[in-house]
Design a protein around this ligand. Sequence first.
Ligand SMILES: [Zn+2]
Ligand SMILES: [Zn+2]
Ligand SMILES: [Zn+2]
Length: 158
Amino acid sequence: MDGTWSRDDIAASVRRAGGRMTAAKRAIADVLATTTTDLSAEEITQRVQSARPEISPSTVYRVLDEFEELGIVVHAHLGHGAMVYHLSGASHGHVVCTACGTSSEVPAELFDRMEHELLERFGFALDRHHVAIAGLCATCRGVRAPGVPANRPGRHAH
Ligand SMILES: [Zn+2]
Ligand SMILES: [Zn+2]
Ligand SMILES: [Zn+2]
């Protein structure tokens, strides 16, 4: 993730929209502002609950919805319904392995050409970030991929 939000930015954005910065929102803002990876709602809930066990999963979902409406967070789908959240401003894309479920972030520039062609020829505006591109990772293909950081192993929704 490469958003540049601090927890103060998040609080300011909530207040600007007339919202109240509750303890739950503060806890979730803390998790989002201090993580370097994309997190599922379950992972966000776990981290929030390690400090504040009284905050329920449904509260976390509600706050994530509110943050998304305010443009603070965006979500992406990593295949088979797995969904992750991070602060908005991300310019990367995602690839996901359909065999082992490992996902990686890839530079947004990889999609420059495709974005251009889709727009020129079909008038279609690509969203590089929202849905992961599916395929087979280097490990599952039995080859080594230089310079590709594999993160978040084993994320599969079923
Ligand atoms: Zn992402
Ligand atoms: Zn979506
Ligand atoms: Zn794989």
